[in-house]
Design a protein around this ligand. Structure first.
Ligand code: 6PG
Length: 250
């Protein structure tokens, strides 16, 4: 087991998933507003899976919290290799829970084309999308939203994956370990995630408690867990419910 001194993340805990999502939504609004105030726009990479739905719906419910959503460009931390109308699509989750309710113009949503075969081509195309938007320097996203699996994976960076060692490519095609579906995915890599100005994890549920403890507990993170390797140059925020926080809770 390899260790590193853990980042000094800001950890916020709430009683339940809805409370954690509401607190995370407020933080998202603060980051988006600050980015727009600073440079006229905001770039946000959205998380996939099920947990973010509460966050997206909270943002949409607040009518967008008065943020200038017309100044926000949306990207994705990862995508499953499925069509955009598949129930497994991270894009579809965000479209239904966030983009449609907030009236986000499609031109400002930069999805990963998970339907493109082979997955490596989909990854290359997304790298091109990022290059067209950010230029040739490694993109510095204003905000990256992430979740975490029970095995400590984040985006589609899974324990033991060669993708964790990627130093130059910003986007790669990967396969999820057995038992995790869909298998084929496209994911941003650590060099890109760790360039972000702010990374915000939203994690809830008792099943995540061991992984949360391994990443955040006792001051030393087990870097075999991909989520523990997310240590951005900017701020690292964790929003947890009590069930996921476990003994981290005071
Ligand atoms: C994905 C996500 C993935 C997700 C975790 C947690 O595409 O599945 O990027 O990293 O955040 O698997 O998923 P839940 O929120 O559904 O527990």
């Amino acid at each position: 087991m390899r260790y590193r001194d853990s980042m000094t993340p800001t950890i916020r805990m709430a009683a339940d998933p809805a409370g954690a999502a509401a607190a995370a939504a407020k933080a998202v609004l603060d980051v988006v507003r600050a980015a727009i105030a600073e440079h006229g726009s905001a770039t946000v990479a959205l998380a996939g899976g099920g947990t973010p739905a509460l966050l997206y719906r909270n943002l949409a419910m607040r009518g967008g919290g008065g943020a200038r959503w017309d100044r926000v460009e949306f990207f994705f931390g990862d995508e499953r290799c499925v069509p955009p109308r598949s129930p497994d699509s991270n894009f579809l989750l965000a479209k239904e829970a966030l983009f449609t309710p907030l009236g986000i113009e499609p031109a400002r949503v930069h999805r990963i084309e998970g339907e493109v075969e082979p997955p490596a081509e989909a990854a290359e195309r997304y790298a091109g999308t990022l290059r067209r938007h950010f230029g040739v320097e490694v993109p510095r996203l204003d905000l990256v939203l992430l979740g975490m699996g029970v095995d400590g994976h984040t985006a589609s960076l899974f324990p033991g994956s060669a993708a964790l060692l990627e130093k130059s490519r910003w986007v790669v095609a990967v396969q999820a370990p057995s038992g995790i579906r869909p298998v084929d995915r496209v994911t941003l890599t650590l060099p890109l995630l760790n360039r972000a100005n702010t990374v915000l994890f939203l994690v809830s549920g008792e099943a995540k408690q061991p992984a949360v403890a391994a990443v955040l507990g006792d001051g030393r993170a087990d870097t075999q867990l991909p989520a523990a390797r997310v240590s951005p140059q900017g701020r690292l925020l964790w929003f947890l419910d009590r069930a996921a926080a476990g003994r981290l809770c005071p």
